[in-house]
Write a protein that binds this ligand. Structure first.
Ligand SMILES: Nc1nc2c(c(=O)[nH]1)N[C@H]1C(S)=C(S)[C@@H](COP(=O)(O)OP(=O)(O)OC[C@H]3O[C@@H](n4cnc5c(=O)[nH]c(N)nc54)[C@H](O)[C@@H]3O)O[C@H]1N2
Ligand SMILES: Nc1nc2c(c(=O)[nH]1)N[C@H]1C(S)=C(S)[C@@H](COP(=O)(O)OP(=O)(O)OC[C@H]3O[C@@H](n4cnc5c(=O)[nH]c(N)nc54)[C@H](O)[C@@H]3O)O[C@H]1N2
Ligand SMILES: [Mo]
Length: 870
């Protein structure tokens, strides 16, 4: 029986419903039995004490919290009569700092409001005005919907794909985010992809060529959590784990704080993390960390001269190349070095604190203070996320941040670090101790190598040509290619709205023959599609894994059968393959249950010796019960316990064998364990970097060492002629996009509980707001050359003047005239400025704002949900 049938069937009483969760309530309102308050148990004569207790008598199941936020924690759901009644998190053992519980956040606890939301898409839908002969593209985003059957939906999609492949070939199909349907399109000949630097910004070039750990693997960049207590200072730069790393990272930082470690925060805002740890604030304008860090290097050199004991010269001359004339690498094409550049030898501009302060806005004394704290006699942990690298012309940040770490000798020692603290791995470096196995499904390669960088995608499609320069971690010299896109489809990601310049994107979608997507809700890309295929949430699939954190692996099970007519991604791909007359069983050779079992069988855990051994005991009876093939095995935990706990966590104690110090192997024996650069050392001079970046061709003034370059869009461009201190342009503010607590990117933005708790305002600095007569609560229009958005003001004393904070990820909601976006979606405001390696410079676009004189905004939580009644 489907969920809908079950809630509509007569054998469950209304009382049963009332006792059910908010989730059911949401669904009930769809089924026409509205009026129950979310998550409440009505006190009626029927609700006796016994029955109230009865409510918790269902079965606690391990549920998915599968989104791309920095948490992905343990989530448990009490299921009774197939209905999700309550949620809780990890309580499988007592909580302690050593052996901590894997607790979930407010988003995870609201997950049932999403999975069972009244706004779930229930049936395949077609846009009324679209037909195979006349796409009526300009109506995308405005049209009405009609319900169609799955057979019709599969046929429409198959016919349109066939038309495109027959008439224009594989290079006419644009694919965003692959999950299952890409196996079909790759069988048909492939697709053009979009590529982006999104999370890691300019750390997306092959930074191991500088000597750093790759950003794509967070496990080797900073020390183990216990070691943080050995620091004197933890200095955060461009990160906000209190919002962006749900779960336990801040608990680990808190242990360091309790042990007496002091904190600092280098950021344009004194954000939640800074507040939590009472950090010293070093304000720096968004997009200007290069100037700031060059001055820190200069002041370190000067301090070392005047007071000594700052620069670790042994470190620079043993583990690095290119700091000064005596350490130049082989293959250098110039004899310039970093130290002389900083001192101003080549351009008559010493990179003093005063020089930088004009650009980055940081008080001179803060720059000098940091130069001292980075000195070799301090145990300093420099920890960053990537917000400072998600900026135009931030290409030198990875090398410069590394250079500061080298100058103070902060690599490879207990109590010191120079690396990332990001996402679910924040505050806990080191190789994963427990990892899931592979699902055993062999990839079907995409025969088309086209990859369009995000900032240029829309303009390129409109122009019919683009500049190809490879993709993150594999940049190549640029070449021009033609482009003729007719069809676009979106599967697992929300890339239509998470890509720059969304209004241009809408213009492009409206010009295509056909757009389709899988979706759970009327998300942005669903709204602008022609055919929408309702897809299950992970609560409706047989189960799976989410990568946990270093010490824990999370597993989840099915909570409910698929709701309404939703199908899994695999089933959708399978149906499209069949409608195309392809051999669907060949394209999808494994069932979802078998893939899950393969992952279970392949999961491993690290022994104290470092050896990885099987994690889960699986018996022949287990395999038979699941209808799966495989070899029974002995592991650390039996299958039933593993699934019931939703997690396997390695029990740790301070000082155990899993303790990890990043780069220690290299520091202990640089000959035997070189880093990944050509010289085997940290390359403060890296010829490859300059040649690779110059080769892309947007800018050709890179230097092999870190240097200051004016951004194509950033602080300088808020002034006429780019002259700091001169006349301001029409767009005198810098807009940045905090990753917001209410959502994981775009996911959960439709959950009204979360909307109520986290209103998603625009953040303004008090002096800026006062100048324009704006107070908290006023409706504000933020505008850029790309678009206009409305948000409610939140005036702060904790934001540097000149900044406008627009949280990342709301679902665009254009007013009737398509002039204002009522949701304040970040990418309505971002343009397409491009430079360097084609970075998506989310954090240093220019903007302006004013008090909005029209109708004030209603809070998001009071807006009607996007419920499609068909
Ligand atoms: N709740 C939630 N958590 C998430 C996500 C989410 O969407 N929601 N997304 C996840 C993903 S994929 C990512 S990539 C991470 C992002 O994680 P972060 O990079 O940590 O997140 P941001 O909020 O973008 O930026 C953090 C802080 O950097 C500061 N900042 C902005 N620009 C600059 C700059 O130029 N220089 C310096 N020094 N500081 C700057 C801002 O003040 C901000 O508070 O979060 C992950 N976690
Ligand atoms: N302006 C601006 N833009 C940004 C950023 C910024 O800071 N500013 N941040 C960037 C960053 S760091 C990142 S990582 C990206 C993130 O960009 P995306 O990856 O595009 O964002 P998500 O919202 O995580 O997208 C996940 C989508 O998958 C859907 N989904 C969930 N489960 C399933 C499923 O089982 N099947 C299918 N088919 N779909 C499912 C969700 O509904 C959602 O639409 O955004 C980038 N964009
Ligand atoms: Mo990200």
């Amino acid at each position: 029986m489907s969920y809908l049938e079950r809630i509509q069937s007569s054998d469950i009483s209304r009382r049963g419903f009332v006792k059910a969760s908010a989730a059911a309530v949401a669904a009930l309102s769809v089924a026409g039995i509205a009026g129950c308050a979310p998550n409440s148990v009505e006190e009626t004569e029927e609700t006796t004490t016994t029955e109230a207790r009865d409510i918790v008598s269902g079965e606690w199941k391990s549920a998915a919290c599968w989104h791309n936020c920095g948490g992905r924690c343990v989530n448990k759901v009490l299921v009774r009569d197939g209905v999700a009644i309550r949620q809780k998190t990890d309580d499988s053992h007592e909580d302690s700092p050593e052996y901590f519980q894997q607790r979930s956040c407010v988003r995870g606890h609201s997950q049932r409001m999403q999975c069972f939301g009244a706004d779930r898409l229930k049936y395949p839908m077609k846009r009324k005005g679209w037909s195979p002969d006349n796409p009526n593209g300009e109506m995308r985003g405005k049209d009405e919907w009609e319900r169609i059957s799955w057979d019709e939906a599969f046929k429409y999609v198959a016919d349109e794909l066939k038309k495109a492949y027959d008439n224009y070939g594989p290079r006419s199909v644009l694919m965003h985010g692959s999950r299952a349907v890409n196996r079909v399109t790759n069988t048909l000949g492939g697709t053009v992809s979009m590529t982006d630097t999104n999370s890691f910004g300019t750390y997306c070039f092959d930074v191991p060529r500088l000597g750093l750990a790759t950003a794509f693997d967070q496990t080797n960049s900073a020390n183990d959590r216990f070691d943080m207590k050995n620091a004197e200072w933890i200095v955060f730069q461009g990160c906000n784990p209190a919002w962006a790393s749900g779960g336990s990272p801040c608990y680990h930082f808190l242990q360091a704080k309790k042990a007496g470690v002091k904190f600092a925060m280098i950021s344009p805002s004194y954000n939640a993390t800074a507040q939590l740890f009472d950090a010293r604030w070093i304000p720096v304008r968004t997009g200007t960390d290069t100037a700031f860090m060059l001055a820190v290097a200069y002041e370190m050199l000067k301090l070392d001269e005047s007071e000594g004991d700052i620069i670790d010269w042994d470190f620079l001359h043993t583990y690095c190349v290119g700091f000064d004339a005596e350490s130049m690498p082989k293959g250098a094409k110039t004899d310039e070095n970093f130290s002389d550049y900083v001192l101003g030898k080549y351009d008559d501009t010493p990179k003093t604190a005063e020089w930088a302060s004009e650009i980055c806005g940081t008080p001179v004394e803060d720059i000098r203070w940091y130069a001292e704290i980075l000195g070799k006699s301090h145990a300093t942990m420099m920890l960053h996320s990537y917000a400072f690298a998600r900026n135009h012309d931030a290409e030198d940040i990875p090398q410069l941040y590394m250079t500061l770490g080298c100058m103070g000798g902060h690599f490879g020692k207990s109590g010191h670090a120079c690396g990332s603290t990001y996402h679910a791995w924040a505050g806990n470096g080191g190789p994963n101790l427990v990892v899931a196995g592979s699902n055993g499904l062999e990839a079907i390669a995409n025969p088309v190598d086209d990859a369009i960088m995000a900032p240029i995608i829309w303009d390129s499609i409109l122009a019919g040509k683009y500049k190809y320069f490879g993709m993150p971690n594999a940049y190549v010299p640029a070449e021009e290619r033609d482009l003729d896109i007719h069809v676009a489809y979106y599967e697992s990601s929300a890339r239509f709205q998470t890509t720059l310049n969304l209004l241009r994107g809408i213009e492009v979608l409206r010009s295509l023959d056909f757009v389709f997507c899988n979706a759970q809700f009327l998300t942005t890309q669903a709204k602008y599609s022609d055919i929408v295929l309702p897809v299950t949430t992970e609560w409706e699939t047989p189960g799976g894994f989410t990568s946990g954190n270093r010490e824990a692996l999370f597993v989840y099970t099915q909570i409910t059968p698929p709701l309404y007519e939703a199908k899994t991604d695999r089933e959708i791909g399978y149906g499209i393959a069949q409608a195309l007359g392809l051999n669907a069983d060949e394209i999808y050779p494994l069932s979802e249950t078998q893939m899950f079992m393969n992952q279970i069988l392949g999961s491993t855990v690290m022994e104290p010796s470092g050896e990885m051994v099987p994690l889960v005991t699986v018996t022949q009876e287990d395999l038979d019960a699941w209808g799966c093939t495989g070899t029974p095995q002995e592991g650390k935990v039996d299958l039933a316990t593993f699934l019931a706990n939703g997690c396997y966590q390695v029990e740790r104690t301070e000082g155990d064998d899993y303790t990890f110090i990043a780069y220690k192997d290299f520091i202990d024996d640089p000959e035997a364990n070189p880093v990944g650069s050509e010289s085997g050392k940290f390359e403060i001079y890296c010829q490859w970097k300059k040649d690779m970046l110059d080769g892309i061709g947007y800018s050709t003034d890179f230097k092999p060492y870190p240097s200051y370059r004016k951004p194509v869009e950033g602080y300088e461009t808020t002034f006429v002629d780019g002259k700091i201190g001169g006349e301001k342009t029409e767009y005198p503010y810098l807009i940045y996009n905090p990753h917001y607590y209410r959502r994981s990117h775009t996911v959960l933005d439709n959950v009204q509980w979360l909307q109520e708790a986290w209103p998603n305002p625009v953040y303004l600095a008090r002096s800026d707001a006062e100048e324009k007569g704006i107070v908290s609560g006023d409706t504000v229009c933020i505008y850029t050359p790309a678009g206009k958005g409305l948000r409610t003001a939140c005036v702060l004393d904790t934001l540097m003047p000149g900044h406008v904070g627009v949280p990342h990820g709301t679902w665009i909601d254009m007013d009737e005239n398509e002039e204002y976006d009522l949701a304040g979606c970040d990418n309505v405001l971002t343009g397409s400025s491009v430079s360097g390696m084609g970075v998506s410079g989310y954090n240093n676009f220019n903007c302006n704002f004013e008090k909005f004189e029209g109708e004030p905004l209603v809070p998001d939580c009071e807006k009607p949900q996007r419920i499609i009644e068909l």
